[in-house]
Design a protein around this ligand. Sequence first.
Ligand code: MN
Length: 128
Amino acid sequence: MNEKILVVEDNPQSRMVTVMTLSPCGYSLLEAGDGEEALRVAERERPNLILIDLQIPKVSGLEVVKRLRETQWAGRVPIIAVTGLAMKGDREKAIDAGCDAYLAKPFSIHELRRLVKETLEQSGGKEA
Ligand code: MN
């Protein structure tokens, strides 16, 4: 079965670009536009990897990551944080919150694909 990737991003254009970049790689893509939807879709679909913009409405990206890490199923699901305005300390905050990797916008198609592939490989298919 294809690995499921949840793309959390409030900007519809950016979300579409990300989905179109990753779907040719054979993943099944799921989408969420805010933090509440992200938690709902993640709980229902249990994706193999989550790519999350930290600047999203309703529940912040960092809060979503913290809440996911408290659940049993998502304790170890690979999470890649994405930020728009590369603020100093973003990477540290993302890693502290429990993210596995970090990607600053703008990123290239190649960077995104490589990071997703590497992060999935590192997680080693430990899914229950
Ligand atoms: Mn955003």
